[in-house]
Design a protein around this ligand. Sequence first.
Ligand SMILES: Cc1cc2nc3c(=O)[nH]c(=O)nc-3n(C[C@H](O)[C@H](O)[C@H](O)COP(=O)(O)O)c2cc1C
Ligand SMILES: [Mn+2]
Length: 471
Amino acid sequence: MSYTDLREWIQKTDEIGELARIDGADWDLEIGALTEVAEFSSPSPAVLFDHIKDYPVGHRVLVGMIESLKRAAVTTNLPTDIGRNDFIAAWKERLNHPTLIPPRYVDSGPVMENVFTGKQIDVLKMPVPRWHDRDGGRYIGTAHVVFTQDPDEGWINMGVYRVMVHDRDKLALYISPGKHGRIHRQKSFDAGKPLKVAISFGQDPLLFLIASRALPWGAQELEYAGGIKGAPIDVIRGEFTGLPIPAFAEVAIEGEVSPDEVKEEGPFGEWTGYYASGERKEPVLKIHSLMHRNNPIITGAPPFRPQAGADDCSSLIRAAFIWDSLEKAGVPDVRGVACYQNRFFTVVSIKQRYPGHAKQAAIIANQCQTGAYLSRFVMVVDEDIDVADFNDVLWAMCTRVDPENSIDIIRRAWSGPLDPIIPRAEKGLSSRAIIDACRPYEWMKDFPPVSGASKELKEKVLAKYGHFLKR
Ligand SMILES: Cc1cc2nc3c(=O)[nH]c(=O)nc-3n(C[C@H](O)[C@H](O)[C@H](O)COP(=O)(O)O)c2cc1C
Ligand SMILES: [Mn+2]
């Protein structure tokens, strides 16, 4: 096990030279803007904010936890020198043969160093940032973990669903339709009951990472996290909810979401790069108890416009999930998967084995649990295309696609209020383009040969004449 809690994780990140510290920033927009700048710089460090305006020294905010492959490796118990393809392969292997270790319930933990109930509760005693200038409030939950229990089936889910502060003991919890927490909420409301929730707002980055993945319905994400860590996750049992709360969490609350009280949530700068879901009335989360460590650290991952590249940790893990789903659905000879622009554009390469192979891969990649929500384009390419090289991908699209024949549309698929292309009144469904950018199966043997010198010839001429190219 590489580290125990967030504080040890920060130390490790510092040791590998990937931690920046910024003192003096304002919780109001400055932390958000600095986070955006750090995220789009290369290399992109994790940033620990301290001496935050209006707050006691030591009340901190940490962002950029898994923005580099090295930090993602530290977090997910993989070697720090791992490369892109090995990282995907390791995750694919984990999904194929998951190790599940149930959490260990303990009586107490650092999270209980300070416990508040009733009138003593005030979440704004912590430096909760206002991340983007049009945000409808301060968001305490962007890199947190929301625990809920299925009222009928009993299993416990972890999800990342954004949390806005209404006031000192009231929060807004926004869960998109179709997410597990939303189905738990619906089941509770249908039974005329509030939804009990426990939320940690600063915790081992692994828990955040696992909570934000689309594991199958019924899968207990805490057990997956334990499996990856190689040790059970220590949790206390929430007194009010009975739900697990990570014992080493920095900040946590217990509370309930009631069907009877609603209040405006949003707008929020979202991962699409827009404030698309605007402001809606959402059920209010009333806090029953607030607990935090001394000098608490809030973890943050505010969304910004998606990055073009396919090499951020989240895209690599998404690729591994989609690849795993393709294999589990029996699609043979998948050679690569890459995700661009977050959920919007997925590329799969296959070695075409039979007519229809490409279409089958495309539809499963687009409609498996990880691929289905709010995606836009899925493209299938032949095995000679490097899915991680966007030039290669574009070249395949421009030369092996006959738009009239190679593009299909899936209509009325899973989307939601965050989708910028759907008018506000109609949120919920969107279409997908399936692009078959493989050489047409029927005549692929006659497809024009690819031009360009062979690798061997290039190596040979470089060895002989390469010095002429150097300046
Ligand atoms: C930083 C971050 C913020 C997220 N915010 C939300 C959100 O506000 N609402 C939501 O429904 N999903 C949000 N998600 C996506 C869910 O966490 C993700 O779909 C996850 O699979 C949900 O868990 P579930 O599959 O157990 O429902 C967010 C993900 C990340 C990484
Ligand atoms: Mn889940």
